[in-house]
Ligand binder design. Structure first.
Ligand SMILES: Cc1cc2nc3c(=O)[nH]c(=O)nc-3n(C[C@H](O)[C@H](O)[C@H](O)COP(=O)(O)OP(=O)(O)OC[C@H]3O[C@@H](n4cnc5c(N)ncnc54)[C@H](O)[C@@H]3O)c2cc1C
Length: 389
């Protein structure tokens, strides 16, 4: 009987919506439950590397996302004080040729909205908002999701796509194990007309200095500058990444940095200046139990230094949908999913830690170049739609 029940997806973030779309495209019934009363997304930039763009194309939404994307010309690493260029990677046509898809910088809202629209176009009743999962009952033959509003839903399986503080992960009995990394991050979004002409280019710039680094790039067809500024800081308890912050505090933190960095921070409209503490977790040993599995940040939350969190959620979604297609043996499907995905996502989790350390200890050009080359080799060519599972 359970074969006729839909798949329950908890969380309508990038991972949950991508999974819903990947299942719909395989004619597998799916319903998404989201805690928030309406679907809106946090305003911030996301780098979409070729592996992400391949997934978005497979899901049929790449053209939609591309409309507001900036195509960066290159990544440059610059010295925090002198501004000297320490390493550069071309992201132009030669890069696209090697990895098969371009590199884009986009507004998160653009990815989220494109996925959302596509899921609802396939099934207008596929997403239920104001459904905050509080409990799960797996009876072996089916699984029931129980929500704070008193509703419940019966499904064939349940996939927790409920982000870094996943309730589904807690219900599986997994210890959270979150550790504050000693890094605090500020971020902001600035209309480019508030910046001097030489700071409006399409390149991605990573400013590196002792115990601090800053990443900046433009999104929305080059009209908005997005930045994240990270600094070592004392204990911090709040993990959410949307705590209101003061521009003056961020500016003080980077007071001895290059003028270009200070110009960007100083131009931040106060309502877009936010901060958050960076927490880290070790890779999970097991991604599922019975009829319940995890995906995206709920499964492998990672520091943002490799820009691969959304990429891993997108890849998971397509691989899990492929594992479930035509397969009523849930245990076998979940085992295939974990085997196909765990090593890669764990590598990203661990490498994200290392990338942060590399930026904050003024590494040599050789180390910076070597790091980026290795990253490209391992990450960008991956195709979730065809990889062996
Ligand atoms: C500053 C920053 C920059 C980043 N830059 C990049 C980048 O350049 N490239 C990249 O690939 N990645 C990047 N990432 C990572 C990326 O944003 C995340 O990895 C990705 O959004 C994870 O998607 P998700 O769907 O797993 O989780 P989320 O996007 O967190 O979605 C989880 C959803 O579940 C819902 N939910 C939570 N609990 C419940 C519940 N109990 N019941 C129902 N619903 C619930 C939430 O409301 C939310 O909608 C960045 C992250 C940060 C913080």
């Amino acid at each position: 009987m359970s074969e006729t029940l839909p798949i329950i997806v908890i969380g309508a973030g990038i991972g949950g919506l991508a999974l819903a779309l990947a299942l719909q495209r395989r004619h597998i019934a799916v319903v998404v439950y989201e805690r928030a009363p309406q679907l809106g997304e946090v305003g911030a930039g996301v780098m979409l590397t070729p592996n992400s763009n391949r997934v978005l194309e497979h899901l049929g939404v790449l053209a939609d996302v591309e409309k507001g994307a900036t195509r960066p010309s290159r990544t440059q690493v610059r010295h925090y004080e002198t501004g000297a260029e320490m390493s550069t990677t071309d992201l132009g046509d030669a890069f696209t040729k090697v990895y098969g898809k371009p590199y884009y910088d986009v507004h998160r809202v653009a990815i989220h909205a494109a996925l959302h629209r596509a899921v609802l176009a396939n099934d207008p009743g596929a997403i239920h908002v104001s459904h905050d999962l509080v409990d799960i009952a797996d009876n072996g033959a089916s699984v029931r999701a129980i929500f704070a509003n008193g509703a419940s839903a019966l499904g064939r399986i349940l996939v927790g796509c409920d982000g870094v503080r996943s309730v589904v992960r807690a219900k599986l009995g997994v210890q959270d194990g979150a550790r504050y990394t000693g890094n605090l991050a500020w971020r902001g979004l600035i209309p480019v007309e508030l910046l001097p002409a030489h700071q409006r280019g399409s390149e991605i710039t990573i400013w590196v200095g002792p115990n601090r680094h800053v990443v900046e790039y433009t999104i929305k067809n080059g009209t908005l500058k997005n930045y994240v500024a990270i600094a070592n800081h004392d204990a911090w308890t709040e993990e959410g990444w949307s705590v209101k912050a003061q521009v003056a505090d961020a500016l003080h933190e980077f007071r001895d940095w290059h003028q270009d960095v200070r110009t960007i921070i100083a131009a931040t409209p106060p309502d877009t200046c936010l901060k958050w503490g960076l927490f880290d977790r070790d890779p999970l040993e097991s991604w599922s139990r019975g009829r319940i599995a995890l995906l995206g940040d709920a499964c492998h939350p990672m520091l943002p230094f490799l820009a691969q969190g959304a990429a891993m959620a997108l890849e998971d979604a397509v691989v899990l949908a492929r594992c479930l297609e035509g397969n009523n043996d849930i245990a076998a499907a979940f085992a295939r999913y974990q085997t196909a995905r765990r090593e890669r996502s764990a590598w990203c989790q661990l490498q994200s830690r290392e990338a942060g350390k590399l930026f904050q200890r003024l590494a040599s050009r050789e180390q910076l170049d070597g790091d980026r080359a290795e990253r490209g080799r391992r990450l960008y060519g991956y195709d979730a739609a065809t990889v062996e599972i």
